[in-house]
Design a protein around this ligand. Structure first.
Ligand code: URA
Length: 442
């Protein structure tokens, strides 16, 4: 066919038209080859942001993304290969807890993760808070760690879904990240290239999520489950609340510390609960348990016994990091300035804004507004309270960890504004962050 003219294709999408398979290929492969320049792709992404994609267009983009790079073949590893991915939240450090625990319980977890962007944090930044830990490894090194211990955690390599990598950089620069089909294709392309049999998705909803509205999160969860199942990967999504940070620590190194404490059975309850729930789903999808509930019970028990600790230490060692940090998380480099903010009045904690704390970490130098920005992994917040807690004057609301006195002052202001007190506990206090479960076919 004659190559369609890119500007005509952009116009078609701007008017809400649907691309044919040939048009999808011509436009995206043209982008990869350099025939379609960044500025035309940026205009197209904005059109998709407002007009959306049909299911056929989404399926086509997903295939183009996966096939733009390598798909891992891990079939020589006998244990079931199952991974988990979160759409991104504040204080979300479950990957560090669940990956070694799931491997300890018999799964192979080939986890490729991303960096924090905007108010959300990323697993790679948390891992790099461990001195020496290497997240950039070749696929050969990745395979050999997996063969040895059944878990490895690295960044997306250049060989995996390069089309997603280039599109994601443009979306980041053009404010087109929060588009449901673009998020679904982006996440699923990387995960489906990992050569896995099962995938658990943690789709965040609420103020601290990329897509805050529950109906959008539900739609994203369903869309990704459909995409995974249609490619032969058993997929389940949990839709989980992000109206308050998960756990108490927000900020990379502080979150790593908390995740390691959780691995020893001493983490905050909500973090332990969600990690166990996700591992339970993974065990079920991998065929090691007959139901998610049985999987959760096994994961809970293993977590309380500290069963993932050794596996984590081994992974840290094999990936170049200092394994003694796993036994003694206080060895993670600490910020030089730490101060506790206390309550001035009595009341109940009625709000802990994840967005304010997430962006607060960026303001303290601990996150990035653009991909490629440097981040200070030591800074952040450790909350002293959870939603609904009763406080009196003098009750510690939380700690601020900052690089200098100026950051400390800024951080105290951010924390003060993020935690609101009211005369009553908030009415919609949820006992579990898991709001819904979306499952593929049995
Ligand atoms: N994470 C991804 O990998 N892609 C997105 O588009 C959003 C979050």
């Amino acid at each position: 066919m004659n190559s369609p003219i890119p500007s005509r294709l952009i116009e078609k999408k701007r008017r809400g038209g649907e691309f044919t398979q040939d048009e999808m290929e011509a436009f995206f492969l043209g982008f990869l080859s350099g025939e379609v320049p960044d500025y035309q792709m940026a205009a197209f992404l904005m059109a998709v942001h407002f007009r959306g994609f049909s299911s056929a267009e989404l399926e086509s983009l997903l295939d183009l993304m996966i096939n733009s790079g390598e798909v891992l073949d891990l079939s020589h590893i006998p244990s079931p290969k199952v991974d988990k991915h979160s759409t991104g939240g504040v204080g979300d450090k479950t990957s560090l807890v669940l990956a070694p625990l799931a491997a300890e319980l018999g799964l192979c977890v080939p986890m490729m993760s991303g960096r924090g962007l905007g108010h959300t944090s990323g697993t790679l930044d948390k891992l790099e808070a461990i001195p020496g830990f290497r997240t950039q490894m070749t696929l050969g090194e990745f395979r050999s760690v997996l063969e040895e211990i059944g878990v490895a955690m690295i960044g997306q390599t250049g060989e995996i879904a390069p089309l997603d990598r280039r599109l994601y950089a443009l979306r980041d620069a053009t404010s087109t990240v929060p588009s449901l089909p673009l998020i679904a294709a982006s996440i699923m392309s990387k995960k489906l290239a990992e050569g896995i049999q099962g995938l658990v998705l943690d789709v965040k909803t609420g103020e601290g999520a990329f897509l805050p509205a529950l109906e959008d999160s539900r739609e994203l969860a369903r869309t990704m489950v459909r995409l995974g199942e249609s490619r032969g990967v058993r997929t389940t999504s949990l839709v989980t609340g992000m109206d308050a940070p998960l756990g108490r620590a927000v900020g990379n190194g502080l979150e790593t510390r908390e995740a390691l404490q959780c691995l020893t059975g001493e983490g905050p309850e909500d973090l332990a609960d969600l990690s166990a729930a996700l591992v339970g789903e993974m065990l079920y999808l991998g065929g090691l348990e007959g139901s998610p509930e049985a999987g959760v019970l096994r994961a809970r028990k293993a977590l309380s016994q500290g069963r993932g600790v050794e596996r984590m230490a081994r992974m840290v060692e094999l990936q170049g990091g200092d394994p003694s940090v796993v036994e003694d998380p206080l060895r993670i480099p600490q910020a030089p300035e730490v101060e506790v903010l206390t309550a001035q009045a009595s009341g109940f904690v009625s709000e802990i804004s994840p967005g304010s704390l997430g962006y607060g970490v960026v303001e303290l130098g601990g996150g990035r507004l653009r991909m490629g920005d440097a981040a200070d992994l030591r800074v952040g917040f450790v909350l002293g309270v959870k939603l609904g807690d009763r406080v009196e004057p003098g009750t510690p609301l939380g700690e601020v960890h900052a690089a200098d006195a100026h950051g400390l002052e800024k951080g105290l202001g951010i924390l003060q504004n993020a935690v609101a007190l009211g005369p009553e506990p908030p009415p919609q206090l949820r006992p579990s962050p898991i709001l819904e479960r979306v499952q593929g076919s049995e």
